[in-house]
Structures are given as C-alpha cells and as structure tokens.
Design a protein around this ligand. Structure first.
Ligand SMILES: Nc1ncnc2c1ncn2[C@@H]1O[C@H](COP(=O)(O)OP(=O)(O)OP(=O)(O)O)[C@@H](O)[C@H]1O
Ligand SMILES: [Mg+2]
Length: 259
C-alpha cells in the first residue's frame, strides 16, 4: 500500500491564506498525477465554494462526524486525481458534536484513520478553520505535516505563538518535533514594508523553520474568488502563481527529506 502524506494548513488567525494555499497545493499535486483528497474542515465553505464552483452540496465532513453518512456517500470526485470531502453549513455545529463525545479530538483522528486507511491517496490535504477547537485538534492528531501561514500582522504572530504553546502543552509536541513537521509560510509578504520586516525579524529570532519562498499580496485574488479560479491554472504566469510553484517544490523536498 502507498504511503499517504497528510498535510494540514493551520493557524488560528483568520485570513492568513490557509484555504488559498491548501487549494493551490491540492490542485498542483493532482495536476501532476498524484491521487489527492482535500478535506474541507472550515464551515466558512470557502474551499467548497471554490472546488465545487458554488454548486450546492448536502453532505460532507459533518455527516461523517455524526455517523449519518459513509465516505462513499459524501466524497466528491472533482476529477480523476482529486477527491473532496466538502464542508456544509452543518459543519459549524460539528465542534459541539465532538465536544459531547469523550475525547472528541481523538474520535475525529480515529475517524480519519478509519476513513483513509484502506484508500490509496498519495496526499490528503486538510484546510483547518481559524480556531483551535476539536476539529483542528483532531487534524493535529492525525496529520503529519503542518504549514502555518503567517501574515505581516501582530495578531498573526500571536496566532503562531498560541498555536505552538498549545502544541507543546496539550499535545506534548516538543520543539524538536515542531521544527521537523511544522513550517511557517510568510504570506502577504513584502520585504520593503515595515510590518513584513518585523515579522521576518521575529521569525528569525525565534528560529522557526520557514519556507524560503514567501507569498506576495496580489489584488487578482479578490477577482479569482468571484470566478472560483485557482491562480496556478487561471494565471500561471502571474508572479504569485510562480511563487506558489516554487513553494510546492520546497514542500515536496521537505516531505521527502522527512521520509
Ligand atoms: N496572495 C494573495 N494576495 C492577496 N489576497 C490574497 C492572496 N491569497 C489569498 N488572498 C485572499 O485573502 C483572503 C483570505 O485568504 P484565505 O481565505 O485563503 O485565508 P484563510 O487563512 O483560509 O482564512 P480563514 O482563516 O478565514 O479561513 C481571501 O479573500 C483570498 O482570496
Ligand atoms: Mg480558510
């Protein structure tokens, strides 16, 4: 059986690029012939909107958590290489559902294990919500690799600090393990701007493992949300699309180094 790689986009701070980067990563990997499953875990439905081009969907991750539906009931085949477990509005109540179960985060991690252990995906990509809750915690327990987008703002930096403290205190994930499996991605970055310089200085001082590639800000993304297009497909020559391709190479190198 293949060794599936599981990657989560994580930061409790909102709007830092988690979903955008997760979609681009899944698109890039599946376009290159890898079997990919994208798990939408955020009730804001951003990933579902983009991947399903705003088509209505009734069942998704919530129904797997509630036990009402099976994997085959909810999975959507976007194309021959990309499967999708969608988000639905009910997902906003899933955290309460998990809180009512003993060890809700472990229940979710076990559910993922049960769902995926007999599948042959090369990659499973998780798009986490902007919160440290039972869903995020279940994903932390299940996934192997974590990309933490950090934008040039004090609150994004705080989000990173809180997350790492949580990993150490609650999951006893040591600083060494964090260095191996967690990597910071600078987003909306502009080296000429003071806020970006401050965040870079902070990350350097704390010796966080970082991707060398950073993602710049581009107004095109606002338009792309309306057309549900993915920048590496819709505008492959755009400078930010090229940054993403460099990032993908770095991600693949990171993952293969850890095997
Ligand atoms: N490089 C970019 N430049 C400018 N805007 C971008 C860029 N990448 C993404 N965006 C836009 O920024 C917004 C936030 O991005 P995204 O939804 O990916 O963040 P998020 O971390 O998933 O947010 P949330 O925490 O709310 O789930 C979106 O409207 C997205 O289209
Ligand atoms: Mg998101």
């Amino acid at each position: 059986m293949k060794q599936t790689k599981t990657i989560a986009l994580l930061n409790q701070k909102g709007g830092v690029n988690k979903t955008t980067a997760a979609i681009i990563l899944a698109t890039y990997l599946s376009n290159r012939g890898n079997k990919v499953c994208f798990v939408g875990a955020d009730a804001q439905l951003h990933a579902t909107g983009t991947l399903l081009k705003d088509e209505y969907v009734e069942y998704g991750l919530y129904d797997l958590i509630s036990g009402a539906k099976t994997f085959d009931d909810v999975v959507i085949h976007i194309n021959e290489n990309l499967d999708f477990i969608p988000e639905t509005l009910m997902l906003s109540t899933a955290d309460i559902l998990l809180s009512q179960k003993m060890g809700g985060e472990m229940y979710l991690a076990q559910l993922f294990d049960d769902l995926f252990s007999d599948k042959d995906y090369d990659y499973i990509i998780f798009d986490c919500p902007p919160a440290i809750n039972k869903i995020t915690s279940g994903i932390i327990l299940y996934a192997q690799y974590f990309i933490i987008p950090v934008s040039p703002s004090k609150y994004s930096q705080k989000g990173l600090e809180i997350l790492l403290e949580y990993l150490a205190q609650v999951f006893h994930i040591s600083k060494k393990e964090q260095k191996k499996f967690f990597r910071v991605l600078k987003t909306f970055h502009n080296p000429d701007q003071i806020a970006s310089q401050k965040i870079s200085r902070y990350l350097d001082e704390k010796r966080f493992n970082m991707f060398q590639t950073y993602i710049s800000k581009a107004t095109e993304f606002d338009t792309l949300t309306f057309t549900n297009d993915v920048i590496i497909e819709a505008k492959p020559n755009h400078p930010v699309a090229k940054e993403y391709v460099l990032l993908m190479d770095e991600i693949l190198e990171w993952i293969s180094d850890n095997n």
